[in-house]
Design a binder for this molecule. Sequence first.
Ligand SMILES: [Zn+2]
Length: 61
Amino acid sequence: MDSSGENIKNVQVVNEEDPICHMKTAGSLKDTAVYKAKVYGFCSSYCKDEFKKNPESYAQK
Ligand SMILES: [Zn+2]
């Protein structure tokens, strides 16, 4: 499913801020990634990719 350009709605994410660029995820959620059974939200696929390169340093403790 291609959701580019549309915000993701009705998805519960654990982070209020994009850990990469620190945008609020509410209202600008474009992509998500699951890490250690938690769903993280991102403003873009770029931020998701950055997260996936080094999730340990971005994931909530
Ligand atoms: Zn971002």
